[in-house]
Write a protein that binds this ligand. Structure first.
Ligand code: 2AM
Length: 184
């Protein structure tokens, strides 16, 4: 199974993202079910490793926190391959990401060589029409979502299908109150 750890987005935030999904011909806009914020990509694992990962992720304690999406960007520089929405800097998000990363490394999964760049992928691009992309980036530069509460993170599976990737929530892990403990 191909796995990753991510945050889900509330419907209101997803709807506000769907309003900025347009204006770039040929872009493959992510559907509602594909929108998420990746904390840590894992990759292909077998059933035994999945069980170990689940156990490691279950033992994480971290506080719930508020997050707000802000701004947009692209990956790929002169050959953009993805458009995304960014986030207002969040120490709590970085803290959770480090905990998730450490837990995953402890059960023997290889380190992710990429620096954590929090983003929500909005579109994938094959033949980027540069002027339209510059226009899209400029027009949506001030995009800001409502603030929302993150009280869980999830282990997702990814399956490739003819119409793009399908993501499924395999497990969910609650975040706690301010001291990180999950209420009974
Ligand atoms: P992306 O949205 O920026 O492409 C499921 O594929 C999730 O894991 C996606 O959010 C994707 O990020 C991320 N992902 C996929 N392959 C990856 C890789 N090789 N390294 C890091 N992240 C990856």
């Amino acid at each position: 199974m191909r796995l990753f750890v991510a945050l889900a987005l509330p419907d209101a935030v997803a709807q506000s993202l769907m309003l900025v999904q347009g204006g770039v011909p040929g872009a493959r806009w992510q559907t509602r079910d594909q929108l998420h914020l990746t904390l840590r990509f894992i990759g292909e694992v077998d059933g035994r490793d999945t069980a170990m990962l689940d156990e490691a992720l279950s033992s994480i304690t971290a506080p719930a926190f508020e997050l707000q999406l802000h701004g947009v960007g692209q990956f790929g520089n002169k050959q953009p391959h993805a458009l995304w929405a960014g986030l207002r800097p969040s120490e709590a998000l970085e803290h959770l990401q480090r905990k998730v990363d450490t837990a995953i490394r402890r059960v023997g999964q290889p380190q992710d060589s990429h620096k954590f760049t929090p983003h929500v992928t909005l579109a994938r691009l094959r033949n980027p029409p540069m002027p339209k992309i510059v226009e899209w980036l400029t027009y949506n530069a001030l995009y800001t979502s409502a603030a929302f509460r993150v009280d869980a993170f999830h282990l997702y599976s990814s399956h490739l299908s003819h119409d793009g990737s399908r993501y499924g929530q395999e497990q969910s892990y609650e975040l706690g109150d301010d001291d990180g403990k999950v209420a009974d």
